[in-house]
Design a protein around this ligand. Structure first.
Ligand SMILES: [Mn+2]
Length: 445
């Protein structure tokens, strides 16, 4: 028997619909996307490779928006590409629930990859996605346990009707018992968690408020016996060894592929000799033409849909050139969106944000303009709040800006560890001023 074994683990996450290396706002070429990832996988995969994707793939760009609108006319293009790339495992992320559970379940049925998730249950206490983990045995090699895990924070975001009768269990508590159980049966444990880190990896200082959304730090600091920890959700690019665990987070939209190499040696049992975690960046690779042709039918139909003209800009200039000034001065497009929301919701006051990057509208408004500007079109909610609560909302929101040497700047909290300019809301239906010379909590006039 050969007493050495080399294992390679390749992973992606947070693809958000980016199959093609294309920015749908203007069809310009970008250096990320599954079509590029495909060439990385072809180059790096060997016979002892596990390939996984750990979620947030179905929502986030116009192609998948178009698909979910026309789900009965086209097979899911992402599922087609998953099957072409031959993924072994999939772990659902929070955004994979955004178009309803049936949409996610259709995707899961269509992919050849096995879906793993150990902390989401139905009301009968059965695993919602059937398989909590998998034990994989390579011929002449170690037994590998692969555990799927998803952020339990989903009920804080999701439309309640999409997740009714679903129980999300604390990821840390759930994993603790799964690892304990699995440890006796396997030589090596891979945790694939659609969630991120609540603390700095090296200093262990908290950098986000610990709400339970991200529990990666608590997990790697407290649960013994995790050999590989694949994280996601924060769109960060991480490859490190911490407390003996190899840690990966591969950015978003296929910017990079996580690659972990493990060398084993057999001495009465399988011993890990070395572990290495790296990120293979997509900007050094070309697109795989096969992926492009695999989804060409729906892509053509989607492009026609996006170019459909649906209106004109008559008065204001609704192009957005500078994101900072668009937020600081509340660009007219924000007020336009609020007017539309007010008309359809019949509410008194409307709030909207701008996503991290937007184009705004050209003179002839197309569907493409709208979807590139109003990207979170999945949910519009109407809430009843008191004036006091509204004031607190505005104050919280005003923390987006800080003042340095008399100049307004963006509070770093909104771009580190994750870009979240979309958390700055702008209101219509009320008049308010933000006085940046005042401290947080006392700025709204
Ligand atoms: Mn996520």
């Amino acid at each position: 028997m050969n007493s050495n074994f080399s294992l390679r683990i390749l992973s992606t996450s947070d693809i958000h619909g980016y199959i093609l290396a294309k920015n749908y706002a203007d069809n310009s070429k970008v250096d990320y996307g599954l079509s590029i990832v495909s060439n990385i996988i072809k180059e790096k995969r060997n016979q002892n490779t596990i390939l996984l994707d750990i979620g947030d793939d179905l929502q986030g760009n116009p192609l998948m928006y178009f698909h979910q609108l026309n789900r009965n006319d086209y097979p899911n293009p992402l599922a087609k590409v998953f099957n072409y790339l031959n993924y072994d495992y999939f772990v659902p992320g929070n955004h994979d629930f955004n178009y309803g559970l049936d949409y996610l379940e259709d995707f899961i049925k269509m992919i050849n990859a096995k879906t793993l998730c150990s902390n989401i249950y139905n009301l009968d206490d059965e695993y919602l996605f059937t398989y909590p983990y998998e034990i994989k045995e390579f011929k002449g090699g170690p037994k590998i346990g692969i555990i799927g895990l998803t952020t339990q924070y989903i009920p804080n975001w999701e439309n309640p009707s999409f997740i009714k009768d679903i129980k999300f269990v604390n990821a840390y508590e759930s994993l603790k018992s799964t690892v304990k159980k699995l440890r006796k049966e396997v030589d090596f444990i891979i945790v694939a968690y659609h969630g991120g880190f609540e603390r700095e990896l090296v200093t262990n200082k908290p950098y986000v408020v610990d709400t339970g959304e991200n529990l990666g730090s608590k997990i790697i600091n407290n649960i013994k016996g995790i050999d590989v920890f694949i994280s996601a959700h924060q769109h960060r690019q991480i490859s490190e060894l911490v407390n003996d665990a190899a840690i990966i987070q591969s950015g978003s939209r296929g910017e990079s592929v996580g690659m972990i190499d493990v060398e084993f040696k057999f001495e009465d049992k399988w011993i890990v000799k070395s572990k290495e975690a790296t990120l293979v960046k997509s900007d050094n690779y070309q697109e795989d033409e096969n992926v492009i042709s695999l989804i060409s039918e729906i892509e053509t139909a989607c492009q026609e849909f996006l170019d459909k003209k649906i209106g004109n800009v008559v008065l204001d200039n609704l192009k957005v050139e500078d994101m900072f000034s668009a937020r600081l001065n509340k660009h007219p497009i924000v007020t336009f969106i609020n007017q539309v929301q007010l008309e359809y919701s019949k509410a008194m006051i409307s709030a909207t944000s701008l996503p991290n990057e937007v184009t705004g509208f050209s003179k002839d408004i197309t569907v493409r303009n709208v979807l590139s500007t109003y990207v979170y079109a999945n949910t519009l909610s109407v809430l009843e709040v008191s004036g006091e609560v509204l004031k607190r909302i505005l104050e919280k929101n005003a923390e987006y800006f800080i003042c340095e040497d008399g100049e307004p700047k963006i509070n770093p909290r909104f771009y580190y560890p994750k870009m979240q300019h979309y958390n700055y809301d702008m209101f219509d239906g009320i008049d308010y001023l933000i006085d940046l010379s005042e401290p947080f909590g006392k700025r709204i006039k």
